[in-house]
Design a protein around this ligand. Structure first.
Ligand code: AGP
Length: 603
């Protein structure tokens, strides 16, 4: 949550700060601002609104200085207002700070500081740090010392960047449980919340670990421990990240672009080395208990994995939403926790991994963002190689994670000789056709789905219904609809409907049914009986179906013939497109829906 960028350069940094803010905007977008250091001191420009708007009305790019920090906010403490936007300053205006995370003892610190005469201009937890710096500096010593002393007073989670007019050529930053990455080039030194902040300039990155701080200058960086002050030997690693993916490339929205990128993203997931999949498969086999976890969309991906493991590999591996997993999952040396995350930074999921590690459990993760916290926290990591996902709602990363899970489960079933010897090979072959099938749906159905969206976008309550392995896809399709349209949408196992929810069905309720291919006879028949239950109550049935002729539907999105292993992917795509087109029909802010942020790095 919240995006941070800081630069020490050889020339004016404000234009670069603004560019980076644009690339970080998906982390939070209710307000933004920059602080630069120049001969007159620290200059802060900030306001409420998207980066483009604030950059224009507050002329962010023309702030003067060769050292600066900037921030794009997702409000936690204090409402959305100019005062609460970052950067925040000390009373003497000698320190400016930007922060991501939550300073949990901010109430105590604020009261203390106010008693000593500090005047606060915001309701944020962050501002206490600026005032603390002013005080610790007054006790004597250099800015670095003041920085460490002030950090020692903080409790909670933080990624902080700070500049001070007492040290005009340096930038200070620190990390405790919120991500922070350094990037060094001959022209400038960078600190960012993630690689997108500076990937246009360098792909060499140094990831700060928890409890570390860094001092950046034009000649490079020094990293030390916050607690012991000891120098840490941190080397830069090459981050494989497709910068081009962070541009809209002619599409109206990133969401559309990322949906259309899925054929390519699937190919990349298929190219993830089999060795990596096999190592994870062995780890799963060897562990007595295995738990899959993620949250929001990635919880649904985990649920998809649970169905796959049960049906294809005969393994019971429950999926738990990471916000609750810590209370439910047995964490001991006989357990394996497999975390799934696009960002690799989601607080709840990270916490589960940390808890698992502390308890001596095995840990593994499927992650998209290289260098993210989960890639450092989990023992075994598979990078899904989907490239930057900029739209706040996840689409392409989800699909890649599902591909990796099918590959993983095919490998487990091979190891266990659970399936016939040829089945894993067959699944692999089917997956290699998946990109083609996705392209067919994109080309043949988007227009039709747009018309459906235009017909139904005024409906306020939607249901997405599926059975068996289609259940998590129904959940995910409903989540997509909620996120981008702000309409109420519920995903549900179709069999569950008659146990209460049927009371909500009337002629005003679109029910989207994920109809399995006919070959899955049992699931198919059961799903059709749920369709009848809805029709008997005059509900509108929109079917995502492989077969136009069967069933009693009001609308059909016709999907090309698919196998048992590829069908759920096509349903997911249809769900993504329906959500997208409905949001466009409603004129919603598709890439940055209200109240959301791409990675939720707070508890
Ligand atoms: C997805 O569209 C959502 N924005 C959200 O549910 C997301 O999947 C969740 O916060 C987990 O994020 P992660 O994959 O980065 O861990």
């Amino acid at each position: 949550m919240c995006g941070i960028i800081g630069i020490v350069g050889k020339q004016e940094v404000a234009p670069l700060l603004v560019k980076s803010l644009t690339r970080l905007e998906y982390r939070g977008y209710d307000s933004c601002g920059v602080a630069t250091l120049n001969s007159t001191g620290i200059e802060v420009r900030k306001d409420v609104g998207p980066v483009a708007e604030v950059a224009c009305c507050r002329e962010l790019a023309s702030a003067s200085g060769e050292v600066g920090i900037a921030h794009t906010r997702w409000a936690t403490h204090g409402g959305v207002s100019r005062e609460n936007s970052h950067p925040h300053m000390s009373c003497d205006r000698a320190f400016a700070v930007v922060h991501n995370g939550i300073i949990s003892n901010h109430h105590i610190l604020r009261a203390e500081l106010q008693r000593r005469g500090h005047i606060f201009s915001s309701q944020t937890d962050t501002e206490v740090f600026a005032h603390l710096l002013e005080e610790t500096y007054q006790t004597g010593g250099a800015v670095e010392e003041a920085f460490i002393k002030a950090l020692h007073r903080l409790e909670g989670t933080f990624a902080i960047a700070m500049i001070s007019s007492h040290e005009p050529k340096r930038l200070f930053c620190a990390r405790e449980k919120s991500p922070l990455i350094l990037g060094i080039t001959p022209e400038a030194s960078f600190v960012g919340s993630d690689v997108n902040a500076f990937s246009a300039y360098t792909r060499k990155a140094i990831v700060l670990d928890n409890g570390e701080y860094a001092v950046l200058s034009l000649t490079g960086y020094k990293v030390r421990g916050i607690a012991d002050g000891k120098l840490r030997d941190k080397r830069a690693t090459e981050i494989d990240w497709d910068v081009g993916s962070a541009e809209k490339a002619g599409y109206r929205h990133f969401m559309a672009k990322e949906i259309w990128e899925q054929p390519e993203v699937i190919k990349r997931a298929m190219e993830v080395p089999q060795q990596e999949i096999a190592s994870l498969a062995r780890l799963i086999r060897e562990s007595r208990r295995k738990i899959l976890t993620g949250v929001g969309t990635t919880y649904y991906v985990a649920l998809f994995g649970q169905y796959l493991l049960a049906t294809l590999a005969g393994e019971f591996a429950p999926a738990l939403s990471s916000d609750e997993a810590g209370k439910l999952a047995p964490m001991d040396p006989e357990s394996l926790i497999l975390a799934i995350s696009q960002s690799g930074e989601t607080f709840d999921t990270l916490q589960v991994l940390r808890q698992a590690r502390t308890a001596g459990a095995q840990t593994a993760a499927i992650v998209n963002v290289p260098g993210s916290s989960m890639t450092r926290e989990a023992r075994l990591v598979i990078l899904q190689q989907s490239g930057p996902e900029i739209c706040v709602v996840s689409t392409k990363a989800t699909m890649a994670q599902m591909v990796l899970l099918v590959r993983l489960v095919a490998e487990i079933s091979r190891l266990k000789r659970h399936a016939s010897a040829t089945q894993p090979l067959k699944i692999f072959k089917e997956l290699t056709r998946l990109s083609e099938l996705i392209t067919v749906v994109l080309r043949t159905q988007q227009e039709h789905i747009r018309h459906l969206a235009l017909r139904y976008h005024h409906q306020h309550n939607w249901f997405f219904l599926g059975r068996g392995i289609y259940t998590p896809i129904a959940f995910e399709s409903a989540l997509k609809m909620k996120e981008v349209t702000y309409l109420h949408a519920e995903g549900m196992p179709a069999g569950f409907l008659k146990h209460g929810t049927l009371s909500l069905i009337d002629e005003e309720t679109p029910c989207v049914f994920l109809i399995p291919p006919k070959e899955e006879k049992e699931l198919y028949d059961l799903t059709l009986s749920s369709v009848e239950e809805v029709r008997a109550r005059k509900g509108k049935v929109i079917a995502f179906s492989f077969d136009e002729t069967c069933g009693n539907y009001d609308e059909v999105v016709l999907l090309p013939k698919a196998s048992l292993w590829t069908a759920p992917f096509l349903h997911l795509l249809a769900g993504q497109l329906l959500a997208y087109e409905t949001a466009v029909a409603l004129g919603r802010n598709v890439d940055r829906p209200r109240s959301l942020a791409k990675s939720v790095t707070v508890s």
